[in-house]
Ligand binder design. Structure first.
Ligand code: SF4
Length: 247
């Protein structure tokens, strides 16, 4: 039986992801990153960053290896002003030379979200238009993209691997096993500034209309799309499907 090309290539990517995950099992995040940036995917790898509360770690690591590596920031035009200010602060502080600010297409917004309130009516479609489509376009030249996702953040992330095969490229999650303590220590040891909203209880920061501060005892991501079953923005694809709430 001849498998469809897409399926074959996805299987190949998943095999490669498994092999790389095995090869780098237990390695420090900075070691994996250095290998990915300087050996495995030279010139074909980028970091997608939300410039959220933990983003400074990967931005710092990448900037120390190669500040010209592309850093993609999805500007949904719904961010907190504090996030945009933090983004600019980190770009300057870390000397990032290749931050690509990607925005939704005006024609697409005009068609799907003319009044800017789609997030309240259909958050999945809003994320699709404001995040997923612009991101897929930004990732087109890349063979691998780096994310800051961690297993401890949500049940939907518990099974993720260091390298994952997605539709047409690999995804690298160097901080997969980092705990809250590891994160705090890295900020401290490298004197990294905190996101300005963190001290107000925003432990995970997304778009303004879809993020609230978390209450004591809640998960870090409990303030994202609170009160709905949505837990991911749709830029992460699992088994060929957009990641959604599980359980
Ligand atoms: S997080 Fe909210 S405002 Fe931002 S793109 Fe998704 S639904 Fe729209």
């Amino acid at each position: 039986m001849v498998l469809p090309v897409e399926t074959t290539s996805r299987t190949e990517l998943q095999r490669r992801a498994q092999a790389l995950s095995l090869r780098f099992e237990g390695a420090d995040a900075s070691v994996v990153l250095k290998a990915a940036l300087t050996e495995l995917f030279v010139g074909r790898i980028g970091l997608v960053s939300s410039f959220g509360t933990e983003a400074a770690i990967l931005l710092h690591m990448v900037s120390r290896i190669d500040p010209y590596v592309p850093v993609v920031f999805l500007d949904t035009w719904k961010h907190f002003a504090e996030t945009l200010a933090y983004r600019d602060q980190l770009i300057e502080r870390l000397g990032l030379c290749n931050v690509q600010i990607v925005t939704p297409r005006p024609a697409q917004l005009e068609a799907d979200d003319p009044d800017g309130d789609l997030h309240a009516r259909n958050a999945d479609l809003c994320c699709h238009v404001r995040k997923t489509l612009p991101m897929l376009s930004a990732l087109r030249p890349l063979d691998c993209w780096i994310t800051g996702r961690k297993r401890h953040q949500a049940r939907t992330r518990a099974d993720m691997q260091l390298f994952e095969g997605e539709e047409r490229r690999l995804k690298l999650n160097p901080l997969i096993d980092w705990s809250a303590g590891d994160i705090a220590a890295y900020f401290r040891e490298n004197d990294l500034p905190e996101h300005p909203l963190k001290s107000a209880g925003y432990l995970s920061v997304g778009c303004l209309p879809c993020t609230r501060a978390v209450k004591p005892g809640e998960d870090a991501r409990a303030g994202r799309w609170a009160g709905t079953d949505k837990t991911e923005c749709g830029i992460h694809i699992v088994d060929g499907k957009i990641a959604r709430a599980v359980g």
